[in-house]
Ligand binder design. Structure first.
Ligand code: SF4
Ligand code: SF4
Length: 294
């Protein structure tokens, strides 16, 4: 089984467009949307839920007003200013509560409950390209890395149960906690970048991260023709660092048109832009095979 993670240094580089196209082009795979803070693969793949579950992580304080005597000790002791009082009633702001449990410990009335924090939901869904594992964190919730690990584990289980030999993951942008979790156990990272100075800088950060985890990295330069000089610099950089350039894709309004219609670019324009994406995908799979063999 091979696992490919599509990354980008920042959002909006075309990462999800390419992931959806790769999903269309590949056989016998599981799809996994690991961008749990802002998932959008579902916009193209129109999934139908098969299995769903709630995601809990950590704990949060909740005051039981029927037991609270209004002494104010919890508010005074909370260093995160998560507890406030309105007209004599004390309550916890869940967005500020860090789950340190101090208020639970010091409440003389035993009025502070400490339930698990409900952070989001995850699903296994059917799509026209095959099963997809995906999730959504609720606004302001943390532990996205833990949710990413859960999704990857479920994707691997499903692949084993269904005899599928490829997992294609749409990773989160940047180099934060969910991205680090998404790299664990992968065989190849593919960074989608645009030819701008910030795109080159972001690519360097992704390259350092992959190098740290000894994960092979390939690069696809999207909209290469908006700045040919910068594209050349990115490709030089890749050559110096031993990073494979797996494709160049031009700027093309057909990408937006496909998205508006809820289609992958390879469905919408198979002989134009879709053909270039197909060539890039061939290079991605060659590199994934090569890295697995190595
Ligand atoms: S410490 Fe307990 S009893 Fe006192 S205000 Fe807080 S919740 Fe209420
Ligand atoms: S658990 Fe900690 S952070 Fe949350 S309300 Fe209690 S004291 Fe404040």
């Amino acid at each position: 089984m091979r696992e490919i993670v599509i990354l980008s240094g920042k959002g909006g580089t075309g990462k999800t467009t390419l992931t959806a196209a790769f999903a269309h082009l590949s056989e016998n795979k599981i799809l996994c949307d690991l961008d749990v803070d802002a998932p959008d693969l579902h916009l193209i793949l129109s999934p139908t839920a098969i299995e769903s579950a709630e995601f809990f992580s950590g704990n949060e304080a909740v005051i039981d007003r029927s037991l609270c005597t209004g002494c104010g000790i919890c508010r005074d002791m909370c260093r995160y200013q998560a507890i406030s009082e309105t007209d004599g009633a004390f309550s916890v702001n869940p967005l500020k509560c860090e789950g340190c449990k101090v208020c639970v410990h010091f409440c003389p009335a035993g009025a502070v409950e400490f339930p698990q924090r409900h952070c989001g939901q995850w699903r296994v869904s059917g799509t026209r390209f095959g099963p997809m594992v995906h999730a959504r964190l609720f606004p302001g919730q943390e532990n996205s890395g833990k949710l990413v690990s859960l999704l990857k584990r479920r994707a691997k289980e499903l692949a084993g149960e269904q005899g599928r030999d490829l997992i294609i993951c749409d990773g989160a942008p940047g180099i934060g906690c969910p991205v680090i979790s998404s790299l664990s156990g992968a065989d190849l990272a593919v960074a989608v970048t645009e030819p701008t100075p910030s795109g080159r800088h972001d690519l360097l950060r992704v390259a350092e991260l992959c190098s740290h985890f000894r994960l092979p990295l390939g690069v696809i330069v999207n909209k290469w023709d908006i700045n040919e000089e910068e594209t050349a610099q990115i490709e030089d950089l890749c050559a110096k660092k031993g990073i494979g350039v797996l494709g160049r894709l031009p700027h093309d309004p057909v990408v937006t048109e496909a998205m508006v219609r809820g289609q992958s670019v390879t469905e919408f324009d198979p002989d134009g832009f879709g053909r270039l994406v197909k060539e890039a995908f061939g290079s991605v799979m060659d590199m994934a095979f090569a890295s697995k063999a190595a």
